[in-house]
Design a protein around this ligand. Structure first.
Ligand SMILES: [Zn+2]
Length: 236
């Protein structure tokens, strides 16, 4: 691959990462290190994504040969496996139980639109105090008050399971930005609102929610915005 091809494929990976993977905690490796050399992780991803969205099976030998062009001393490329299960890129590594890739030593990038199945990102490590957080709320949903493992207040046929919810959906799910919510509240509010730490709505996170307002409210919102932005055409 030429430098130009490498950069083009990296840009594609970068765009998909920004759109689909970053929010799950998948980290994009840098293209080049401080010395201006391509990083091994970036090279491996680029090789796997070469024909994206069509992707092909790649053997460890292919990968090793490619990496050796940049790092001649390379013996054995392990990056593809690590980039998958550990780092969250949906790269299947061959093996008995794998539905995508059968043979050991073969890899395939499945998609750049979803992280590796069950990838938990770095959220788990930074939310190690989940039990503490729940305790602070008396093991109840911050929004509706339903208690964990008991009947949901509003849905008596549902046993309450508490889930980590964002206080502010624009920030990551780390301590300080987590409230426990029952599965009903978490699902109903999705990423529409910004909450306070008491589970009360204090702002809009998704502007499209105003489409549900009455014409009268929309008009009032329009007036506020019209004044604030002094009648600027939003498309300019
Ligand atoms: Zn609730």
């Amino acid at each position: 691959m030429t430098d130009r091809e490498i950069e083009e494929v990296y840009q594609i990976i970068k765009d998909y990462h920004e759109k689909y993977l970053k929010k799950h905690g998948v980290k994009l490796p840098k293209l080049k290190d401080a010395d201006g050399k391509y990083t091994r992780n970036a090279l491996v991803l680029i090789y796997l994504a070469k024909f994206y969205p069509s992707t092909v099976l790649v053997t460890k030998q292919d990968l090793t040969a490619f990496i050796r062009k940049f790092y001649p001393e390379t013996n054995d490329v392990q990056q593809a496996r690590h980039l998958g299960a550990q780092s969250g890129w949906f790269i299947s590594a061959g093996g008995r139980d794998n539905v995508h890739v059968k043979k050991i030593g073969e890899y395939r990038l499945i998609t750049l639109e979803r992280p590796y199945p069950n990838f938990k990102g770095h959220r788990i490590e930074t939310t190690g105090n989940w039990e503490n957080i729940k305790q602070q709320y008396g093991n109840r949903c911050a929004t509706c008050g339903s208690e964990e493992n008991k009947k949901n207040i509003h849905y008596p046929n549902t046993i309450t399971k508490l889930q980590k919810s964002h206080i502010d959906p624009f920030k990551s799910l780390i301590e300080g930005n987590i409230i426990p919510q029952c599965q009903k509240c978490n699902r109903a509010y999705r990423n529409f609102w910004v909450f306070d730490e008491r589970g009360r709505v204090r702002g809009i996170a998704k502007p499209a929610v105003i489409k549900k307002c009455s014409k009268d409210i929309k008009w009032k919102i329009y007036k506020i915005l019209y004044n604030e932005f002094k009648g600027t055409n939003p498309n300019e």
